[in-house]
Design a protein around this ligand. Structure first.
Ligand code: ADP
Length: 396
């Protein structure tokens, strides 16, 4: 069954066309700078690439262009859009309503709309993507797959914030967690690599531009580092992650900032970019550190120390750890970061094999020493495949 997977952002759209039964990726691409100028980068079966630069005024024109590209002579993947049998949408926030993926209907859209205050940047774009697809392809079912759903198994002791309880009951203030499809996919792969061990205890480190860690017991999320919003937890490309809440009024006062400015500061100007003063791209920071830039070295160590803190805390919560998994751009590619995260954790049974850590692979690999009690895996994430499979399972 061919599934069109759509990840709609405020000015970009990422998409994939996947055969959900065989997991075959038929085509993928991204439309960027919607409403600004517009560019579409389309890839068919790894080798055929196409870039279209054209003014793309809105998401509707962007989706029309994608559909045209999928059925177009040169980049033709399907003969007609009727071959698409379902559409899977990545949705940022499902609040407490959605504990799993669901078929989209008016009621579902209304609920996702109600959750906009919790994800003001993402949910509106996700809804827009659904509405346009329903309009352009009225006979094809749509499925919403939520970034938060996997973490709905977290117990109250882990999801409540230490603030007056009525703000949870009245204003839904709590930890939700994100990157759920990735944590779910990677932990499932890890469980398979552990030979379907019963009572498994897994820590997934999703380290990319946005980063989060998850503690997973018997396949279920019990705690994760992101919070009410994706600003919580680890130090990220441009996001601060956890900081003393007192920083906020202090800065607002000292620098005369309003709410919008402080949110922008913590989300877009902090993290790796803010500390290094160089870039949010970790590769550039590693190069700068190699050339002797002290602040770049400090940035790397700050980032890794925060990951280490969570790894140790979650190992404690889980009562031990069977596998630590590294995934996403940094987790999958950076031998240095994996080395720094695992450094000195032998006392916990975590022993990285330096040679295996250097191995390059497009698939899952084990990089711990034979003697290590805890397995260390590199598992490339595949959020789109999870969305395609969830969609298939709901519509088949
Ligand atoms: P997103 O959260 O946007 O999906 P990705 O998962 O693609 O992000 O991760 C992007 C990050 O991965 C960037 O900081 C990039 O520098 C980093 N990255 C990619 N390859 C490497 C590498 N070989 N070494 C270090 N960092 C890398």
């Amino acid at each position: 069954m061919l599934i069109f997977v759509l990840n709609a952002g405020s000015s970009s759209l990422k998409y994939q066309l996947i055969n959900a039964q065989t997991s075959e990726l038929k085509a993928s691409g991204v439309v960027e700078r919607i409403g600004i100028d517009g560019i579409l980068k389309h890839v068919v079966s790894k080798n055929k690439k196409l870039t279209i630069e054209a003014f793309i005024p809105s998401h509707k024109e962007a989706i029309e262009l994608i559909l045209e590209t999928l059925t177009h002579d040169e980049t033709k993947t399907i003969n007609s859009i009727d071959e698409i049998q379902a559409i899977g949408h990545r949705v940022a926030h499902g609040g407490e309503f959605f504990k799993g993926s669901t078929i989209v209907n008016e009621k579902v859209i209304k609920k996702i709309e109600e959750l906009i205050p919790l994800a003001p940047l993402h949910n509106p774009a996700n809804i827009l993507g659904m509405k346009i697809c329903m309009d352009l392809m009225p006979n094809i079912p749509n499925v919403a797959v939520f970034d938060t759903a996997f973490h709905q198994t977290m117990p109250e002791v882990h999801f409540l914030f230490p603030v007056p309880h009525e703000d949870y009951t009245e204003h839904h203030l709590r930890k939700y967690g994100f990157h759920g499809t990735s944590h779910s996919y990677v932990s499932n792969e890890a469980i398979k690599l552990l030979n379907n061990k019963k009572n498994s205890r897994i820590i997934v480190c999703h380290l990319g531009n946005g980063s989060s860690i998850c503690a997973i017991k018997d396949g279920k999320s019990i705690n994760t580092s992101m919070g009410l919003t994706p600003l919580g937890g680890l130090m990220m490309g441009t996001r601060s992650g956890d900081i003393d809440a007192g920083v906020i009024p202090y800065l607002m006062d000292r620098k005369n900032m309003d709410t919008h400015q402080i949110i922008d500061y913590l989300n877009k100007k902090s993290g790796i970019l803010g500390v290094s003063g160089i870039s949010s791209d970790l590769r550039e920071i590693i190069s700068a550190a190699n050339e002797g830039d002290q602040r770049a070295s400090v940035t790397i160590d700050m980032m890794c120390n925060r990951v280490r803190k969570y790894v140790c805390a979650y190992a404690g919560l889980l009562g031990g750890v069977d596998a630590i998994c590294f995934t996403a751009g940094i987790g999958e590619n950076s031998t240095l970061i994996r080395e720094k995260v695992c450094f000195n954790l032998e006392f916990m049974g975590i022993e990285l094999d330096d040679e295996k850590n250097q191995l390059k692979s497009s698939g899952n690999i084990e990089i711990n020493k034979k003697s290590s009690k805890t397995k260390i895996f590199v598992i490339p994430t595949n959020e789109e495949l999870v969305i395609a499979k969830d969609t298939y399972n709901l519509v088949k």
